[in-house]
Design a binder for this molecule. Structure first.
Ligand code: ZN
Length: 465
């Protein structure tokens, strides 16, 4: 069996991956807070852990892997939208409007991530469906002396776990207090203590609890849901490296203190962040956009995925338009090369080997380029599909086989020839505008006319031209 090597943040080393049980490989990845459309950076962990999920399924069998990714649907921004809608006259209770907003954004999320070729995880728990389990875990933490109630809040007592707290991110509690911007509250015993439960005002959704009507803190959600769905010990925990502290550190503290005989997660994987044209993505820089924005502009989801895979997950990745254009050209070429071909029975060993080396997706793509150059279309297709590329459902954008672009080019060429005589270029202009609107690049030279499909080419728009 293939040995997968993964870089484990916990040990800061690349290790052989050995699952607790090869017939039930378990992975938990922190999912989105569903208050709005996912921006491009949110999509990176989705694609990274989708590749890992596919690799695990390839090595251990599709039915032997359980992938859980949560939805955080307890959030002030969701509440704010629901409240605004209620004030604007929307019908329903605040709880119903909150649910409506979450349903809407979850639908968008699944659609957009599906467009990137991400498989849906086996379980997608929503925090609001696990409140009882969170309350039970918090009660248990209080009983074990790791948490305390104060002024309708419940806090995790970091001092009760002081020698371990900070191990994942490599900090000590004293350093954290010295350097951190921690929220000082009079009811905290230690400024690093974090919220497990907090009171809700009448304007916010809340649940009854032993500490009054309130709602859970963010960190306890993942501890409660991973325990419920994967048990006290599981194999892989993933997320963006911006979650390492405090979120993952707090998850470990909660889970290890609640279940001291469990290991919680054995392998911790963190992906690096995404930039746009060399700059951090931010609303103030004007380079902030969602996956939906790109799809609407006609950038195919498969192209986005390809660009992501070119950079190793532990390196910052830079989204550029140039990369997107190059990815599109490569995919178009590979799609033409593999059209009508059956994929090889299994992915080429070199592709699997690259992925098994701590998800070296760039190396795997290099192998695909090699297979394409060798003319081995069946192996190219099998290897690409292991990476979530060249699938049938993702390929509509590249479906140019049915369109005879050369006859359109001839038409434009003929129109230009008559316009030279008549000096009336209106037909030439009309055709050019129609081709550009369909997403074609129009190249006119003395030698002739060439029409090249560009980003967002839509063959349907050529009908009736
Ligand atoms: Zn989490």
């Amino acid at each position: 069996m293939t040995t997968i090597k993964l870089h484990n943040t916990r040990t800061r080393a690349k290790e052989d991956f050995v699952p607790i049980s090869a017939d039930n490989v378990r992975m938990y990845v922190c999912g989105p807070t569903v208050y709005d459309r996912a921006h491009l950076g949110n999509a990176r962990p989705v694609v990274v852990f989708d590749v890992l999920y596919r690799l695990l399924r390839h090595v251990y069998g599709a039915d032997q892997v359980t992938y859980v990714r949560n939805f955080t649907d307890v959030d002030d921004k969701i509440n704010a939208t629901a409240l605004a809608r209620q004030k604007a006259g929307a019908e329903g209770t605040l709880e119903q409007l909150v649910q409506e907003r979450s349903d809407e954004t979850i639908g968008w999320y699944l659609h957009d991530m599906g467009a990137l070729g991400a498989l849906e995880p086996d379980e997608m728990p929503r925090a609001t469906q696990y409140i009882a389990q969170m309350v039970a875990m918090i009660e248990d933490l209080i009983a074990k002396g790791h948490a305390y109630a104060a002024e309708r809040h419940v806090l995790f007592a970091v001092d009760s776990w002081k020698e371990h707290y900070g191990a994942l991110s490599g900090r000590s509690v004293d350093d954290m207090i010295a350097g951190a911007r921690v929220e000082v509250a009079p009811y905290k015993r230690n400024p690093m203590d974090f919220v497990l439960w907090k009171p809700s005002t009448d304007e916010l959704p809340g649940w009854d609890s032993p500490w009054g009507r309130g709602r859970p803190g963010w960190h306890i959600e993942c501890s409660a849901m991973s325990y419920e769905l994967l048990g006290e010990s599981f194999d892989i925990h993933g997320g963006g490296n911006d979650l390492m502290f405090p979120h993952h550190e707090n998850e470990i503290a909660q889970s290890k203190c609640a279940h001291p005989h469990g290991e919680f997660a054995r392998y911790w994987l963190h992906n690096e962040m995404l930039q746009v044209e060399g700059k951090k993505m931010s609303k103030s820089l004007g380079n902030f956009f969602t996956v939906h924005d790109l799809l609407e502009q006609g950038v195919p989801g498969e192209v986005i995925r390809f660009v992501f895979l070119q950079t190793h997950y532990r390196k910052p990745m830079d989204w550029t338009e140039k990369k997107a254009r190059e990815a599109e050209a490569t995919l178009r070429k590979w799609r033409a090369q593999t059209a009508g071909i059956e994929p090889a029975a299994s992915a080429a060993p070199a592709v699997v080997a690259a992925l098994s080396d701590d998800l070296n997706t760039a190396g795997a793509l290099a192998e695909l380029h090699r297979l394409a150059a060798d003319g081995d279309a069946a192996s190219l297709l099998a290897g690409a599909q292991l990476l979530g590329l060249l699938s049938q459902e993702m390929g509509a954008w590249a479906d140019t086989a049915s369109v005879d672009l050369s006859s359109h080019a001839d038409r434009l060429s003929d129109a230009r020839a008559s316009a030279m005589q008549s000096k009336d270029f209106s037909e030439v202009d009309r055709l050019k505008a129609a081709y550009v609107a369909a997403g074609l690049e129009v190249r006119m030279s003395k030698d002739g006319v060439e029409l090249v499909p560009g980003t967002g080419f839509d063959a349907a728009k050529l009908e009736g031209v």
